[in-house]
Design a binder for this molecule. Structure first.
Ligand code: NAD
Length: 424
């Protein structure tokens, strides 16, 4: 089975997100002039914990779940990154996600390294109490390596503020002191930050606006397709709609909706469930694959990895792709699209709004003084506009694609900090 896989992979595009990330990290470090030892340090997380979590299910049976926590590099500061609940979580995916978090923190200049967690499970098939037991079990399993000044988790795919609340409560009980700074993405009453829930979508919106300016596209009336209608995708649909853009396509895990005249976003937002599912209410649907290739000006993948590959890159009609999701476009597809003149705003820049406001939440928890929504938005805007320009100018001046430029900007801080600490 394993051998068969390897054989077919040689003739196919590499869809392993860890290996693809390592390839770009290597290129970025080479361009920056770092020695091989720095690549050796950066290519994998410093720490990777695999845990087995027994959970008593509602029918009294016990199910054992596998979870991970990866800490990529803590030379700059504590590691930080979300926890994903998904049936397709793999060790390599969690490792790649932790590396991307280091890059994001570097791009928006936060005092963090990257971390990430995941549990192989399908929360859509679990009850509320089963989810609570799983969330608490995960914290008990990883409690020794996480903490407000060690590694700070947050939400990701299929995890939300309720899950963060249970996790914070469990951690506080274990440590016997209130620890709001242990995790971000909490409800407001438990020390969450204004603007955290919408932060990723706000950041993507800022990147879309800046990219549209560069491409000379008027946002008002621009045709936008968004793949995924969860936390990132649904708020983005709202912000695009509010900005006067025409959202003509959205999707969830099951199907996609497309209407060249524009979708009724208010209605869709009202009817989506907490997992970002809405297409089940409609008969006239298309597939996710068809949606990606449909006519539009701006395409936003906001769901999962490996959606735009060498297979469909030639068929993509958009002028701008802004990656709200982590890892939606393969390296080969990035090359094809860049050659075709499509402006790609890569995930490590476009979706950095989430970790930026998570950082604000952590700062507020640490100082015990809380900011207004306007204050959060102003600070987020400043950081992302600056970061976008930095990556864009790096791409222009070096004559490289936006992904490589973002990796160069992102990896530099962790590499420098590791050198100053005398690690490499
Ligand atoms: P979510 O769980 O709220 O929503 C995920 C959406 O994707 C849902 O609409 C779901 O139906 C859809 N989906 C799941 N599997 C799919 C598939 N196979 N094909 C098509 N659609 C599918 O998750 P989210 O928080 O919105 O995250 C979406 C992406 O954005 C992820 O890649 C995540 O890592 C990234 N991201 C999220 C944040 C954040 O703060 N939420 C921050 C940075 C990056």
């Amino acid at each position: 089975m394993g051998e068969k896989h390897e054989e077919s992979n040689q003739t196919m595009e590499n869809l392993n997100v860890l290996q693809s990330t390592q390839a770009v990290i290597r290129e970025a470090l080479d361009k920056l002039g770092y020695p091989e030892s720095v690549y050796e340090l950066m290519k994998e997380p410093l720490r990777m914990l695999t845990v087995r979590i027994p959970v008593r299910m509602d029918d009294e049976s016990v199910k054992i779940f596998t979870g991970f926590r990866a800490q990529h590099n803590d030379a700059v500061g504590p590691t930080k990154g979300g926890i994903r609940f998904h049936p397709d979580v793999t060790e390599d995916e969690v490792k790649a996600l932790s590396i991307w978090m280091s890059l994001k923190s570097g791009i928006v200049d936060l005092p963090y390294g990257g971390g990430k967690g995941g549990i192989i499970c399908d929360p859509r098939e679990m009850s509320f109490r089963e989810l609570e037991r799983l969330s608490r079990g995960y914290v008990r399993a990883v409690s020794q390596i996480v903490g407000p000044s060690k590694d700070i988790p947050a939400p990701d795919v299929f995890t939300n503020s309720q899950i963060m609340a249970w996790m914070m409560d469990e951690y506080s009980r274990i440590k016997e002191f209130d620890s709001p700074g242990f995790i971000t993405g909490k409800p407001l009453v438990l020390g969450g930050s204004h603007g955290r829930e919408t932060a990723t979508a706000k950041g993507v919106t800022i990147c879309i606006r800046e990219a549209a300016k560069k491409k000379g596209i008027e946002l008002k009336g621009a045709r936008v397709i968004i793949q995924g209608f969860g936390n990132a995708g649904s708020f983005l649909a709202k912000f695009m709609h509010d900005a006067g853009a025409n959202v003509i396509g959205i999707s969830d895990a099951y199907a996609a909706l497309y209407d060249p005249n524009g979708l009724d976003i208010e209605y869709l937002l009202d009817r989506r469930d907490s997992f970002g599912t809405v297409t089940k209410l409609f008969k006239n649907t298309i597939t996710n694959a068809e949606l990606l290739e449909s006519e539009c000006d701006i395409l936003v993948p906001a769901a999962i990895e490996n959606q735009i590959t060498a297979k469909n890159a030639h068929q993509i009609k958009a002028d701008i792709i802004v990656e709200a999701a982590n890892g939606p476009t393969t390296n080969e597809a990035t090359k094809i699209l860049t050659e075709r003149g499509v402006l790609i705003v890569p995930d490590v820049l476009a979706s950095a709004g989430g970790v930026t406001v998570s950082y604000f939440e952590w700062v507020q928890n640490n100082q015990g003084y809380y900011w207004s929504e306007e204050e959060v938005e102003r600070k987020l805007e400043d950081i992302l506009v600056k970061s976008f320009e930095n990556v864009y100018q790096t791409a222009k001046s070096r004559k490289i694609d936006m992904r490589l430029a973002a990796y160069m900007v992102g990896v530099r801080k962790a590499a420098e900090a590791s050198r100053f600490r005398g690690w490499v």
